[in-house]
Design a protein around this ligand. Structure first.
Ligand code: ADE
Ligand code: ZN
Length: 324
C-alpha cells in the first residue's frame, strides 16, 4: 500500500453517520432531517453546512471529542496514512458548550490514543469559519496563537468563501503568523481564481485549501507553481459539491502538469462518500497516477506539513525504500 498523508480534513466533518446517530441518541436529538438510511443527506453547499453544523452540535464533552479524534485518526491510519493534519473549530466547540481549551486538550487526548494504537502522527490546525464573521475568526486566531498546545501547528479559515472581503481577515492571519503557526485558507472552491489570488496577496499562506479554480487563470497557475504554494486538493468533495461535473473535468492533472504542488485530501469524508484511501484511488483510476506519482504526492504533503522539522525528517525517511 502506498503510504499516505492528509493535510485537509475537518474534524467535525469526519464523524461517520453511525457515530453521529449514536451521539443524537445520547443527547435525545432527532437527526432524521440530515441522516437517512445511514447516509448524510443534503442538496447543496448551504444544506451541507447545515448538516455539518447539526452533526457538530452533538459533540459536547471532552470524552465526545477525544473519541471523535481517535475514530478519525484510526480510520485514516487504516487507509495507510502515516501523518494527518485536521482542522479544529473552536466556534463549533463553543456552540456545543465546551471551551476552546477543553476542546483542544480533548482532541489532543484522542490523537495520543490513536498514535499509541496505530503509530499515526498528527497535528491540529485551528480554523475560523469565514461566514461566522471577522470577529469570530480573529478570536479563533488569538486562541490558536496563545494556546501553546504542542499538537496545534497551524491556523486556517474555512466556511463560505463568498462571505465578506478577504482583506478583513488580514489581522487574524497576522496574529497567527506572529505566533509562528503555519497558515492555510480555503479559496478557489466556491470562489473563482480571483479568490485564490486575493488570499495569496492578503493572507500570505503557504497552502491553499482547494485552490483548484486557480485553473481559470494561466498567470495565477504560473505564480502558484513559481512560489511553491501547495494546494490541498479534495477531488471527491469537489464532485460531491458540484464544483466540476466529472473527474474527467477536474483540474488536478492540469495543475500538476503546470508544476503546481498538489496533495490529496478527504475534506469531510462521510458527507462526500469518500475517505483518504478513496481519494488516492480516484487519483489512480481517474487521473492515471501510478504508485510513484502517488508516493510523490505523499512526499509533497509531508514537506508542506506544519509539523516540526525533526518529525518531518522522520516521516520523510519512512517514505524512502527500505535498505537491506
Ligand atoms: N467546512 C467544512 N467543509 C468545508 C468546505 N468544503 N468548504 C468550506 N468550508 C468547509
Ligand atoms: Zn475544507
Amino acid at each position: 500500500m502506498v503510504p499516505k498523508a492528509e493535510l485537509h480534513c475537518h474534524i467535525e466533518g469526519a464523524a461517520s453517520p453511525d457515530l453521529v446517530v449514536k451521539q443524537a441518541q445520547k443527547y435525545g436529538k432527532d437527526l432524521s432531517a440530515f441522516i437517512r438510511n445511514g447516509v448524510f443527506v443534503w442538496d447543496d453547499f448551504t444544506g451541507f453546512l447545515q448538516a455539518y453544523d447539526a452533526a457538530a452540535e452533538l459533540f459536547r464533552t471532552e470524552d465526545d471529542y477525544a473519541r471523535l479524534a481517535e475514530h478519525h485518526l484510526s480510520n485514516v491510519a487504516r487507509d495507510g496514512a502515516i501523518y494527518a493534519e485536521f482542522f479544529t473549530s473552536p466556534d463549533h466547540a463553543r456552540r456545543a458548550g465546551l471551551s476552546p481549551e477543553a476542546y483542544t486538550d480533548a482532541l489532543g487526548e484522542g490523537m495520543k490514543r490513536a498514535k499509541a494504537k496505530t503509530g499515526i502522527e498528527s497535528r491540529m490546525i485551528v480554523t475560523g469559519v469565514r461566514h461566522f464573521g471577522v470577529e469570530s475568526v480573529e478570536a479563533a486566531a488569538r486562541f490558536a496563537a496563545r494556546c501553546r498546545h504542542p499538537l496545534v501547528a497551524g491556523f486556517g479559515m474555512a466556511g463560505d468563501e463568498r462571505f465578506g472581503d478577504i482583506e478583513d481577515y488580514v489581522r487574524a492571519f497576522d496574529f497567527a503568523r506572529e505566533a509562528g503557526l503555519g497558515l492555510t485558507v480555503h479559496a478557489g472552491e466556491f470562489g473563482g481564481w480571483e479568490s485564490v489570488q486575493a488570499a495569496l496577496d492578503h493572507l500570505r499562506p503557504s497552502r491553499i485549501g482547494h485552490g483548484v479554480r486557480a485553473i481559470e487563470s494561466a498567470d495565477l497557475v504560473k505564480r502558484i507553481a513559481a512560489e511553491g504554494i501547495v494546494l490541498e486538493c479534495c477531488p471527491g468533495s469537489n464532485i460531491a459539491l458540484g464544483m466540476f461535473d466529472s473527474f474527467a473535468n477536474h483540474p488536478l492533472p492540469a495543475l500538476r502538469r503546470a508544476g503546481v504542488k498538489v496533495t490529496l485530501n478527504s475534506d469531510d469524508p462521510p458527507h462526500f462518500q469518500t475517505s483518504l484511501a478513496r481519494e488516492y484511488e480516484i487519483a489512480r483510476t481517474e487521473f492515471q497516477l501510478d504508485d510513484k506519482a502517488l508516493l510523490g504526492i505523499t512526499r509533497t504533503a509531508i514537506e508542506a506539513a506544519f509539523v516540526d522539522r525533526k518529525t518531518k525528517a522522520e516521516l520523510l525517511a519512512r517514505l524512502e525504500p527500505k535498505r537491506r
